[in-house]
Ligand binder design. Structure first.
Ligand SMILES: Nc1ncnc2c1ncn2[C@@H]1O[C@H](COP(=O)(O)OP(=O)(O)OP(=O)(O)O)[C@@H](O)[C@H]1O
Length: 592
């Protein structure tokens, strides 16, 4: 498993500098909210400065009210304190609402763009990257970004202004005390740099293991019956535990790194306080400084370390988010290779009604050659069958025709135009495919059929459902065609799913029909009925059929027998039987 996931990293991980990533995030997603962020900034200044005002008011509170006993000042200081807290409350509320909503918009915007990008990537990308790992990227990593966008932004803005205001009050009271209190800060530079690096690395590891966990869960829940039937629960639990323990280890180290910064600040703060109390206390006893000055300074210092701790932590939060952002932007860097050519042919409608031709096509999955110079023609408006042993490359042909994959060499043509000369969407629109894959979505059966042609009206959808004998099983239920198909069609039996997919292909009414084991899950009687429908609808279409049951291909106009990625025999059923070659051999083994 980890092998598969390791393979995914070069595809999607690029380690880029913090500045370049932040600039890109800013340009792509944050800059459009500049107006709102400016308002938030003003509110942050209000909220942040309030702490400075509180510590400032401590000085008249001690010197004029408590020591000098000035009655008039009591009310003023009290009202001053209330107004300060009111301003802090309003500023804090407003800026939080803004930063959180900007954070959410950034994340959801990124998620939308990411999905739009991922959908365009080659099918091969999805072979290499498991669904669980990709879900984790779109959900988990994007979520981490929200933490950065709202928390870090809030802390950076508000706490920076608190720090400035409090530092101002501290210096105003005594610049030397302030210097003494902060004398240890420079010693933090090196440990901070070390910790930030460590946080980024451990978070990167934690995010990767988190993706592995999602992959495991995805496989377990999809394969739950196989796990139960093979008594694999302990085995799966063990594999899951291993991933979770890896995550635990990496995440704990990341959190320890983040916790280290405030702890160091506290130690430096303790040293600073100790020195100031020792030095300042002597000045007060000597009468060189007032109690109000000392208390005001002391409150400012006491309040300063909180924002300072949070600010020191922001670095960690940013580094942790960077690990996620680089993974997300790594995905944006992967580009599809199956794309439109710069100059496109525009005669797709006519071409799709001509012969389908494969000319010396070679294709390999990595180092595994699948097609080795495959050449055949599927004549227009005729039924062509592809038969051959399992693994011969029959389904691969369908994937090549629809450009889900590209051949390494050779030509694939509609008439005499190569298929890659057409717009990709237009090309795929010419095919109706009934494949072995479960192609249903968690929507109603009606909606699942309508996916074949989104512009089709209700009556066309119902007619397709009738022809594919879908209504035969939906009519028996109260919900009829509006019953839900379940996730990946799990509410339906294999044969029912096949009928829905056939109905979708009927509705699509495309000039080329690709049937890959289209009726394999049906009982003999239903298969015969559906076969009759398929024969009828394929009359004016070019049809390619893959079937293991030779009874389904006997009526084909031409049969190509594939073996090891090549056509080894071609002809009609009778001609091929008479040859007593590969087809005859297949016929004998399969029909027994
Ligand atoms: N996504 C993939 N990644 C790697 N190899 C693959 C992939 N899909 C198919 N193959 C390999 O390509 C070869 C041809 O597969 P293909 O599905 O075209 O065979 P087929 O003739 O349709 O077989 P069947 O009759 O069993 O459906 C097989 O050896 C298979 O292992």
């Amino acid at each position: 498993m980890s092998k598969t996931l390791e393979r995914t990293q070069p595809d999607s991980l690029s380690q880029r500098g913090t500045r370049s990533l932040l600039t890109q995030i800013w340009r792509d997603y944050v800059a459009q909210h500049t107006g709102l962020l400016l308002i938030a900034l003003v509110l942050m200044i209000i909220e942040g400065s309030a702490l400075g005002a509180v510590s400032y008011l401590v000085r008249p509170l001690f010197d004029q009210v408590m020591v000098a006993g000035n009655q008039d000042m009591i009310g003023l200081v009290a009202i001053g304190l209330f107004v300060t807290f009111l301003a802090r409350a309003l500023g804090g509320f407003g800026q939080r609402v803004i930063t959180v909503s900007v954070g959410l918009r950034v994340v959801t915007g990124l998620q939308k763009d990411l999905l739009a990008h991922l959908i365009k990537l080659d099918t091969g990308f999805f072979f290499r990257n498991s669904p669980g790992a990709l879900i984790e990227r779109v959900r988990g990593d994007a979520q981490t970004l929200q933490g950065l966008a709202s928390n870090a932004l809030m802390t950076l803005g508000r706490d920076t202004f608190s720090l400035i205001a409090l530092l101002g009050v501290a210096i105003y009271n005594d610049w030397l005390w302030t210097l003494i209190a902060f004398v240890g800060i420079p010693s933090l530079v090196l440990p901070v740099i070390y910790l930030q690096k460590r946080i980024r690395n451990t978070t990167r590891r934690a995010r990767m293991t988190s993706a592995n966990i999602s992959t495991r869960l995805d496989e377990i829940f999809h394969g739950i019956n196989a796990i139960k039937l093979n008594n694999l629960d302990m085995h799966e639990k063990h594999r899951f535990t291993k991933e979770v323990d890896r995550f635990l280890h990496a995440q704990t180290h990341s959190e320890m790194g983040k916790a280290g910064m405030p702890a160091m600040i506290d130690i430096i703060a303790g040293l600073g306080f100790m020195a100031v109390v020792y030095f300042g206390g002597q000045q007060i006893i000597a009468g060189e400084k007032s109690l109000g000055e000392f208390m005001s300074f002391f409150v400012a210092m006491g309040l300063i370390f909180d924002p300072l701790r949070r600010l020191s932590n922001v670095g960690g939060v940013i580094q942790a988010a960077m690990a996620s952002i680089e993974r997300l932007y790594g995905l944006f860097e992967v580009q599809p290779t199956i794309v439109n050519q710069p100059r496109l042919a525009d005669n797709i409608e006519a071409a799709a009604r001509q012969d389908v031709v494969l000319d010396n096509v070679h294709f390999a999955y990595g180092d595994n050659p699948v097609l080795n110079g495959l050449t055949f023609t599927a004549p227009a408006r005729k039924i062509t069958a592809l038969v051959g042993p399992s693994g011969a490359g029959k389904t691969t042909v369908f994937n090549l025709l629809t450009r889900l994959i590209e051949p390494q060499s050779g030509r694939i043509l509609l008439g005499d135009t190569p298929i890659d000369a057409f717009d990709l969407r237009d090309l795929r629109h010419q095919f109706a495919v009934v494949s072995q894959e479960s192609a249903l979505f968690d929507e109603s059966i009606r909606q699942n059929i309508a996916l074949g042609e989104l512009s089709a009206d209700e009556s066309a959808v119902e007619a397709a459902a009738d022809q594919a004998l879908v209504t035969r099983f939906t009519d028996a239920t109260a919900e009829g065609l509006d019953a839900l198909a379940g996730p990946r069609g799990t509410n339906l039996s294999g044969g029912q799913r096949q009928r829905v997919v056939i109905a979708r292909a009927i509705l699509r009414d495309a000039p080329v029909l690709l049937l890959d084991e289209a009726t394999s899950a049906l009982d003999t009687r239903t298969e015969q009925e559906i076969q009759a429908t398929l024969d009828r609808i394929s009359r004016d279409k070019t049809t390619l059929v893959i079937a293991h049951r030779l009874s389904t291909v006997m009526n084909a106009d031409v049969i190509h027998v594939l073996d090891k990625g090549k056509v080894v025999e071609s002809g009609t059923h009778e001609e091929l039987l008479a040859k007593k070659g590969a087809y005859f051999g297949l016929y004998q083994t399969l029909e027994q």
